[in-house]
Design a protein. Structure first.
Length: 113
């Protein structure tokens, strides 16, 4: 059974930074693509960034140049470094094992002054 546990969310002022972490267990992590998604109140869940087992990455247009997805296979962890945060980045952020129904519980990110 795959388990994903996110952490690192919180309240930050516009222009600030946060780093989210997602620790995976129960999968062959180093060969597994991982994604970060987010869901704001009243909106559908949307893809933020994805990283393949070979470290190829894609980003939503809204976060390109501000967010960086990375992974540490020695720690079974995928990260999302979020810089220059905007109020519209406020959402619950989830990690996902790509192409599966395995999701973490989510971590709240609030960008507000």
């Amino acid at each position: 059974q795959v388990q994903l546990v996110e952490s690192g969310g919180g309240l930050v002022q516009p222009g600030g930074s946060l780093r989210l972490s997602c620790v995976a267990s129960g999968s062959d992590f180093k060969t597994t693509g991982m994604g970060w998604f987010r869901q704001a109140p009243g909106k559908q869940r949307e893809l933020v960034a994805r990283i393949t087992g070979g470290d190829s990455t894609i980003y939503a247009d809204s976060v390109k140049g501000r967010f960086i997805i990375s992974r540490d296979n020695t720690k079974n962890t995928v990260y999302l470094q979020m810089n220059s945060l905007k109020p519209e980045d406020t959402a619950v952020y989830y990690c996902n094992e790509w192409g599966t129904a395995f999701w973490g519980q989510g971590t709240q990110v609030t960008v507000s002054s």
